[in-house]
Design a protein around this ligand. Structure first.
Ligand code: TXD
Length: 319
């Protein structure tokens, strides 16, 4: 069986980590693209030299010509500008909209059959722009945010409960950003919902509320510490989990930014919801019941995404 090909558009902090992880997991051959000349070639060469030590087989290529992504099975997009301290994700919108249009068109031309995972911020609107520019079907273009947001939630919960991160499941809905909706009653330790653990005295409601807030601010906490960029290890690991579910047809149920056409009362927007990812891309959007409070939070999150999509549409009409 021929190896799969994973193309990474953007070879910065997340792109480089994606290349290393894809190699270590033997997901396939890896093509790295970036406009910074020489840099993707350098990273590809460096990582290929880790292969004999780590014991994986993958051909790594890098370049600044879109021909390197030709025929890719998966494309992961991190191209653009990251946040600096004090900047909101939305400040990035102007620059990154232009980048998404170029990248989307290139994917449509060179990798029209790929499963595309967008990471560039502001996520929910960037994935919308890229899908339109690419002409790829909506079930093959998704955004990565929920896996990362729920991983952050799981990390903090495991720390609080002093249990393995593996036994903590967490559920996060909505847009990526300050309006994300961590769903406490669908989050568990080995199947026991968090509200029950409060009743059992494992934690208090106050502590749980603080963890939810820390999850919402998870990205900013890291930006503040790093000072020169945003998180990259956990974002890369999260996107790789999505790519792996597609390539291996694992049918994992993961929170991703998916294109909604009426589900959750939302039409033609990308918003974070649980989906099944398999060989068909997004094979099913899972619609869960939300109570009034959750629905209100979800709607306000959707409202924030909608506002940004309007900003992009206005950018267009100003031209
Ligand atoms: O949950 C999430 N979705 C995120 C998103 C979590 C963390 C970071 N998130 C966003 O990912 C972040 O706000 C950025 O928009 C992206 C990429 O973050 P990264 O930390 O990898 O940024 P870098 O290191 O600056 O890398 C971006 C690369 C850099 O090498 C540029 O030269 C390149 O993108 N770049 C381009 N590549 C191709 N084509 C174009 N036009 C282009 N413009 C810049």
């Amino acid at each position: 069986m021929a190896r799969n090909k994973i193309a990474l558009v953007g070879a910065g902090q997340i792109g480089g980590t994606l290349a290393l992880l894809a190699g270590l997991k033997e997901l396939g051959d890896i093509a790295v693209f970036d406009i910074a000349e020489g840099m993707p070639d350098g990273k590809a060469l460096d990582i290929s030299q880790s292969a004999p030590v780590e014991g994986f087989d993958a051909v790594l290529t890098g370049g600044s010509d879109y021909s390197v992504i030709e025929g890719a099975d998966v494309v992961i997009v991190t191209a653009g500008v990251p946040r600096k301290p004090g900047m909101s994700r939305d400040d990035l919108i102007g620059i990154n909209t232009g980048v998404m249009k170029t990248v989307g068109a290139a994917i449509g031309k060179h990798a029209p059959n790929a499963f595309v995972i967008v990471i560039t911020n502001p996520l929910d609107v960037m994935v919308w722009v890229l899908q339109q520019a690419s002409g790829l079907p909506t079930n093959k273009v998704v955004g990565m945010a929920g896996v990362l947001d729920s991983a952050r939630f799981r990390t903090f919960l495991a720390e609080e409960f002093k249990v393995s991160v593996e036994d903590v499941t967490a559920f996060v809905l909505g847009g990526h950003g300050d309006t994300m909706v961590p769903l406490v009653r669908y989050s568990t330790v080995a199947g026991i919902p968090l509200p029950d653990l409060v009743k059992l005295g494992w934690t208090t409601q106050e502590k749980l509320d603080a963890i939810v807030q820390r999850t919402r601010d998870g990205g900013a906490e890291i930006v503040k510490l790093l000072k020169t960029g945003s998180a990259f290890y956990a974002p890369a690991a999260s996107a790789i989990a999505m790519a792996e579910s597609y390539l291996k047809d694992k049918k994992r149920v993961l929170p991703v930014a998916a294109h909604l056409t009426g589900q959750y009362g939302v039409d033609d927007l990308y918003v974070g919801v649980p989906v099944i990812i398999g060989a068909g891309g997004v094979e099913k959007i899972v619609e869960i019941e939300l109570n009034a409070e959750e629905k209100a939070q979800f709607d306000s999150s959707v409202g924030a995404v909608k506002t940004l999509v309007e900003v992009v549409k206005n950018l267009e009409s100003e031209k």
